[in-house]
Each structure stands twice: as C-alpha cells, then as structure tokens.
Design a protein around this ligand. Structure first.
Ligand SMILES: [Zn+2]
Ligand SMILES: [Zn+2]
Length: 178
C-alpha cells in the first residue's frame, strides 16, 4: 500500500491519518520466508513537521508464522510495532532519536510512502533471530527426524557429531604419545 505525501508536504503543520491494513505481505528475513500481516487495521499518521520533513507515527500488531528453531513446527507469532520516525523526504534520510545522525531509507520514493516497506523495516529491527514452539521443546531426532515432542524413537542419541570426530581423533593420538 502506498500513501501519497505531496498534500501533507505542501505546508508545515499539515497532518493526515490513513487507515492501513497489511495483509499477506511476503518478506525474507535472513533465510526465513515470512508471510506478514497486521492483526487489525491501524491508523498511520503522517505530519509535516518542518519543510520537507515528515513525522510518521502509528501502533500496529504484526502477525507472522515462524518455524520453531528446534523442531521446525509452525509457531504463530505476534509483534507489537510502534512507529515514530522523522524522515527528510527529499534526501530520503531517517533521523534517529532526535540526534543529528541519519540513516538512509528505501520506503519513500518520489513523495510516495511505501507502507509495507516501512512496516517491514520497523518489524525487522525488533524480530528475534529465532523462536521456540515452547520453552522446553525437545527438538527433532538428529538420526531419524522424529519430532521428539510428539513421539520418541530408539535412536542412539549419543552418536557423536561428525564435526566433533576430528577432535576425538586428536585426543586418541595425544593419548598414544603419552
Ligand atoms: Zn519446537
Ligand atoms: Zn530417532
């Protein structure tokens, strides 16, 4: 969804509310493919705070489904996203926390605000790298792939990690020399 900023930018003090509903937005977060949507429609306010500079504010709850980091089961996730940022529209620069620092942004182009891009930018700054279906998720068996939360298997779980075999060889040799 796009918001045309030319009206609001035409004079300092202008303010505009837009009802936004994000749905079935596809995004890539590292190697994860995410389908992102807002839990409910929300209001995004855009105000012209000084010449060429807008302030964007809004509160949304973003929903997505992510695989459990241990057993890969789909986990329903909700993330509150609170947007409050100032952007110099002509320079496409974001002012960070009222400091003089700026950051380049990609969600504003030619007086048009790409709401999906803004939401993803805000979401990605607070998205944890991975999630668990439950704190004590048992994961999947490394040998046969059984989901150990649902059933058990008879595999020998002490099978050493092949990457560790190198070390055990080193220790073997070390012991011989002693
Ligand atoms: Zn799990
Ligand atoms: Zn197994």
């Amino acid at each position: 969804m796009n918001i045309n900023l030319s009206d609001v930018l035409s004079s300092v003090g202008n303010s505009m509310d837009t009802e936004v509903n994000v749905s079935a937005l596809e995004a890539e977060y590292f190697s994860e493919k995410l389908k992102v949507s807002s839990k409910a429609p929300f209001i995004l306010n855009v105000a012209c705070v000084s010449k060429g500079v807008i302030e964007i504010t809004g509160e949304a709850v973003i929903k997505t489904v992510r695989p459990c980091g241990r057993c890969l089961t789909d986990v329903d996730c909700e993330y509150p996203v609170s947007i409050k940022c100032r952007v110099d529209v002509s320079k496409k620069e974001l002012y960070i926390d009222d400091t003089s620092e700026t950051d380049e942004i990609s969600y504003i182009e030619d007086c048009t605000l790409d709401v999906d891009g803004l939401i993803l930018d805000e979401l990605f700054t607070r998205l944890p790298m991975s999630v668990l279906c439950k704190e004590d998720c048992k994961g999947i068996c490394k040998v046969c792939g059984t989901n150990l939360n649902k059933s058990s298997c008879d595999c020998d779980q002490t099978v050493p990690d092949p990457r560790m075999a190198v070390f055990s060889d080193i220790f073997k040799d070390f012991n011989k020399e002693v």
